[in-house]
Design a protein around this ligand. Sequence first.
Ligand code: G3P
Ligand code: MG
Length: 349
Amino acid sequence: LGATTASTTSSATTDKYAFAFDIDGVLIRGGKAIPEAVEAMRVLNGENEYGIRVPYIFVTNGGGKTEEERCLDLSRQLDLEVSPGQFICGHTPMREMAEKYNTVLVVGGEGEKCRIVAEGYGFKDVVTPGDIIKTNQDTTPFRKLTDEEWANSRVRDFSTMNIEAIFVFADSRDWAGDQQIILDLLMAKNGRLGTRSETFEEGPPIYFSHNDVVWSTAHDYTRIGMGALRASLEALFKAVTGKELTTIAFGKPQLGTFQFATRLLRQWRKDTHRINRAPDTVYFVGDTPESDIRGTNEFDSHHASGDAEWYSILVKTGVFQEGTIPRFPPKKTVNNVLEAVKFGIQREF
Ligand code: G3P
Ligand code: MG
């Protein structure tokens, strides 16, 4: 047993290990808690045979709202307090790109939510597909803005503006319209809407907040996600221009996301639990082999002495289905998140 520090309750907090959780397919499905999730969190908060508390963070590829709003949702769903200090979503690391560009196109999510997220990250000039459609309604022949979208969208003078980058923050609610607009911009001269490049090689960079082709929601089978939009857009660009499109994805399994998670966990353990050392082990609990398990394993294989071991645990409540062979094998497979938590705690004793 590692050293413990005093915590706000009578139980002690371990400084030796920590947990990191994926959300969709592990804790939540279709907006509701997975049955074992609430108890799993209670176990981490000291309701276990050792009376020990274990620090934890959340690392989801999802997004579409501010971190604060997502944490309020999660607190309600899991019946515990979740702080933005222990939470990363797919677009959180995009915050670090705000300084790099002046005008950007932000795609995805409901209504104005992603514009608000991007502006909160410090992006200086955010254009949405709604702004482009309101300015020129011929842009998307079959998509008409709702009254609310019309009211919130901004008419802009695109003839004098260069859009420097495209950020897909959350799932598109209108694939056809959003793909048309992204394609227009990728095919434009130097990010100037309404122009056409001769080479189709001067489009702005396009960033996706993650690359999950499918994800786990309320339906019995997985649903297509942002990675599917990315694949679709790459195919579309090739079909229309004959050229290859290079796109960039954030989120899991990118190592940068795990580095970000490491920094967040360090800060969270310091601020909340007064722990000043790196954990020996971080148990990452996920449902998607391609994102959660791949990312955890690859990050772990880069670890130097003094860094935490990242230990992948795959659950069967989401994307991964019993009877299939995961392309990226976890260190441990369990039925659900409660078993994952109990496994990790027991392994430490
Ligand atoms: O859009 C969200 C989804 O692709 C995955 O979320 O929590 O399983 O990483 P999560
Ligand atoms: Mg998941």
